[in-house]
Design a protein around this ligand. Sequence first.
Ligand code: URA
Length: 437
Amino acid sequence: MALQQILAKKRRGQPLSTAEIEEFVRTASSGEAHHAQIGAMLMAMSIHGMSEEEIQGLTGAMVKSGTKMEWEGIAADKHSTGGVGDKVSIPLVPILAELGLKIPMISGRSLEYTGGTLDKLESIPGYNVNLTIEEMKKCLETCGGFISAATQDVCPADKILYSIRDITSTVDCNGLVTASILSKKIAEGAKYLIQDVKVGNAAFYKDTQSAEELARTMIATAEGFGLKMAVSMTKMDHPIGRAVGNSLEIIECIDILKGKHFPPDLMELIIELGGELLVMTGLASSFSEAKENMKTTLKNGKALKRFEKLLINQGVNENVANKICSEGDYSILPKAKFITEFLVKEKGYVEKINALSIAKVCFNLGAGRNVPSDRIDHAVGCLIQVVQGENVDPGKCWAVLHHNTPLDPKIQVEMDSALKVSTTSVPHTSILIKTIR
Ligand code: URA
């Protein structure tokens, strides 16, 4: 069937067959389809929704548009829909590699307020995010994991569809999100996946119900490809951990791997997501065993050693990797010219640290990008000095901003509004909403 006829069928709200979806993806990837036709199809899919068969068909067609990798061992991965200060992947890869998994992590860059794992890692001089398939294979053999960008051959159809979704307001269609994420994980050769779906004011999904719909769609689709997965829905209202901003987040990750820094929300996420994978793959017989084993890799320094090896494998000079990981000397990482402290104004208990406000401030100072070609300033970021529920007095420093340009007075206003202090005590709540398996 010609593309115009396939488009007309979907416009009328009729479900497409797998062959029709494959024809759409083929014409989109080969350049035969006009961008207007691709946009029209994506809009019709968003408006009418997608059946399970259509989502399966789209996922499979996107995998087939490029190379599918296969690895020896238990290949597993983690993915997040993205959050403020979400650096979980960086300590998690060496921890899980140390415990026997192979982690072929294909990761992304930041866009708007959400940080990208590759940008954070590129704060480290020499870090190469563009591994070839041969280099990826070597990394898995020698270190058990890598964190790299997708090669040109991984789901090329996703690249074109994603760029058109971005400009046609069709990003938030569950079928399209599912096919986009899963096709890349299937193509990278993962057999197990833990997906973190963020829910909250600084997340793509604002409520649990819409996040749960995505979770169920993803699990059903993954099953059809032999990809075993679970989805954890987690809160994204407060910045995760203490650091927001690329270079500062790398320092926080290394401090965690050294076993000397335990921000409670971030540790809960690392343990929850890693524990799910270890139990799912059979490398731990229970969640409590998984948790103990993960903590041991931090205490005995083995996860840190893995990370040092990962850095060297990915192009970081041995002396630099050693300085950062073994000597704890971070002077080689980008550092901002200015440091500004923000002080608590009222006495009480920390109720809220608005992640979206912090992300906007960092973004406006250069920590993020508007369009893929923007350059980012790795040194810019914010260190949060308080945790939710903490009893604070006026004058206490609650945030330290690292910046390279003078601060606009509007930033003081945005920062002041980001901290909410309550006169009554604030109970500790878990970052985990629920896990669906
Ligand atoms: N991440 C992706 O790779 N694709 C989406 O559609 C959403 C998040």
